[in-house]
Design a binder for this molecule. Structure first.
Ligand SMILES: Cc1cc2nc3c(=O)[nH]c(=O)nc-3n(C[C@H](O)[C@H](O)[C@H](O)COP(=O)(O)OP(=O)(O)OC[C@H]3O[C@@H](n4cnc5c(N)ncnc54)[C@H](O)[C@@H]3O)c2cc1C
Length: 585
């Protein structure tokens, strides 16, 4: 049975690297301890392995049906949803440390990303309401969403406004009754309709009439599919729901995450779609951005989880499948060897392990900074955690997605010709994984954010904090870390040079190679993670510790050594595509 994610690795990460016991001493988490966290993990692992994963292939093979204007999900999605709600997958997110839910949700995502998608989206939408809505809205929506009676969506994207959300044109007209009349078209809205629950609450970005153009004029609204018909008072108690003029205008035929419908939605075609403001007018993007670190970490978790389940599948396959003989053995009568005996297969397995566990380590550390930034008691420690969180987030989102795709391709490759058939699962996870480089800000947008903002903000304060954290681990290491130390120094030097170029007005010269910069920074950051993981098992000599040391050595010797070439490329501002004319293509 595929474990989806390695229990020994996650337990080690929580205890020996992330020190979750210390985290539980913060006042915000004082009701938690190993006594609550261990059963939580046990429950997540059970639901992931016994409910979500067994239904994965069936749900992937038969996407939701769109009939009579309504969307019907796979019958087994109903069981999955019931179990996820019963588990507390929606409500737990607001109670447990993010460090914990980051790792526990990896199991659920690895089991069935589409099924978990409903819970993750509902938790995200509920969190926005909890953080920014007024008391009446909270009373109407929060409990219904957190208990799984209603689901939630994020309705941001429009046909002409994807990466560029400042171009959103969905309209919100004020009325005298407290609500706004919403009209416009959204696209790709995941979970935008379903037959799991009686209602869906869309968190919609729209522009109030008269608001400024661009991102400064966008507001956030709660727009239910069916609106509560009576004034509810502060104690909630919805009595009747009526249609709120939100129509499904089309279904996206996706290549992955096929159990979760992504839809085109029409709001207010009949002029009767009510929306309620969440947060202050024109602050919609600011509200979304406050949740963005978390949302991006969760996309990274999906990248790690999707790579993880495929890694474990290919590892089991490579142990069992026998093919060929050792190099130099001409005896055709000798038995064939398991794939794991071939060095090139071990290369692919070790690379997957380095990507998967390096990603989980990175996500755990990033989530821990988020917990301390939000709930720490020491102001200086909080500020430092916030700096590191902001810097690490684009990397924690992009590295597991981009390298996870490569890792998923290796899992398929290890299956040989069988991997290229739909009889085996790696092809499905490869399709699922691709989305993670696209949604919640494409990799290209993350790269611009990292180089254009995060590393240069505050005179490079976050980068210097990261360099200090790295130095602590380098100082502890009992193995050769010289390549990582010099790669990190090179990145600091490069950032200074590119920042100066940008300050002089040469933005192309600064940002032209932002994707290469993101890749180089990611390799260094994951080198820091691997050094930290290897340091944490320095005194052990069992197979688990040897495996971590092998992966750390692999990363530092084969990946980190490529950083100088990438840095030179960024600094050279090589201009092939900067000067390219579209007509030359
Ligand atoms: C399966 C799926 C589910 C989704 N679910 C949701 C959802 O639930 N809610 C929601 O609101 N949206 C959702 N989305 C939409 C998703 O967030 C967008 O697809 C994404 O933001 C990219 O927007 P776009 O598709 O318009 O691509 P574009 O923005 O047109 O980008 C196309 C390419 O151009 C590049 N590019 C764009 N602008 C720039 C720039 N300024 N500089 C450099 N490069 C640039 C991008 O990196 C990308 O490679 C979903 C999408 C998919 C595919």
């Amino acid at each position: 049975m595929n474990p989806l994610v390695s229990d020994p690795f996650v337990d080690f990460l929580l205890r020996d690297v992330l020190d979750v016991d210390a985290l539980c001493k913060l006042p915000a988490f004082k009701s938690h301890s190993r006594e609550t966290i261990d059963p939580w993990f046990a429950a997540c692992r059970r639901v992931a392995r016994e409910v979500l994963f067994p239904s994965y292939r069936a749900i992937d093979s038969e996407p939701p049906r769109f009939e009579g204007g309504r969307v019907f999900v796979h019958a087994r999605m109903h069981d999955a949803w019931r179990e996820l709600v019963g588990l507390g997958a929606i409500s737990a997110v607001s109670e447990l440390p993010l460090t914990v839910t980051t790792l526990s949700s990896a199991y659920l995502m690895a089991g069935n990303c589409a099924a978990y998608g409903f819970a993750g989206l509902t938790a995200g939408a509920a969190h926005l309401i909890e953080a920014f809505a007024d008391e009446q809205l909270k009373a109407t929506y929060l409990e219904k969403m957190q208990s799984g009676q209603w689901t939630g969506t994020m309705a941001l994207t429009e046909p002409h406004a994807g990466s560029s959300l400042g171009d959103v044109t969905t309209r919100a007209r004020p009325t005298d009754s407290g609500h706004f009349l919403i009209s416009g078209a959204k696209i790709f809205i995941s979970g935008g309709d379903q037959d799991l629950t009686e209602n869906v609450v869309h968190l919609v970005l729209a522009r109030i009439d008269g608001s400024p153009a661009g991102s400064k004029g966008i507001s956030l609204f709660a727009v239910p599919k069916r609106r509560p018909s009576t004034s509810l008072g502060l104690n909630g108690g919805v009595t009747r729901l009526e249609d709120n003029d939100v129509q499904v205008s089309g279904v996206i035929h996706k290549i992955g995450w096929r159990g979760l419908p992504s839809l085109a939605l029409a709001f207010g075609d009949e002029g009767n779609c009510h929306g309620w403001l969440v947060g202050a007018p024109n602050q919609g993007l600011r509200c979304m951005f406050q949740m963005m670190n978390e949302a991006r970490i969760m996309v990274g978790v999906n990248g790690a989880a999707t790579a993880s389940v495929a890694f474990h599948e290919s590892l089991a396959y490579a142990r069992e499948r026998k093919q060929g003989r050792a190099i130099g053995n001409p005896d055709i009568n000798s038995p064939q060897l398991p794939l794991t005996e071939h060095a090139d297969v071990r290369r692919m397995l070790l690379r997957q392990k380095a990507i998967v566990e390096g990603s989980l380590g990175l996500l755990g550390l990033t989530a821990r900074y988020a917990d301390v930034a939000m709930h720490g008691v020491d102001e200086a420690e909080k500020a430092r955690a916030k700096l590191l969180l902001d810097l690490l987030t684009p990397i924690a989102k992009t590295f597991p997605a981009e390298k996870g795709f490569e890792s998923n391709a290796l899992a398929l490759q290890i299956h040989g010709g069988y991997g290229y058939s739909s009889e085996y699962l790696p092809e499905a996870w490869l399709r699922d994984q691709k989305l993670n480089t696209i949604h919640e800000g494409t990799s290209g947008i993350q790269a611009l954010d990292l180089l254009g903002r995060k590393v240069v903000a505050g005179g490079g304060a976050a980068l210097m904090a990261l360099r200090e954290e790295l130095e602590v681990e380098l100082g502890r290491a009992k193995f050769d870390v010289s390549a990582l130390r010099s790669a990190a120094d090179r990145m600091v030097e490069l950032t200074g040079a590119l920042g100066a170029r940008g300050a002089s007005g040469d933005l192309d010269g600064m940002l032209g190679h932002s994707s290469d910069f993101l890749e180089a920074m990611s390799v260094v950051v994951v080198g820091w993670v691997w050094t930290r993981l290897a340091n944490a098992v320095a005194s052990r000599d069992d197979d688990f510790a040897r495996g971590l040391r092998a992966a750390a050595q692999y990363w530092l010797r084969t990946e980190v050594t490529r950083v100088p070439a990438l840095a030179t490329l960024c600094e050279s501002a090589e201009r092939s595509y900067l000067e390219l004319k579209e007509s030359w293509l």
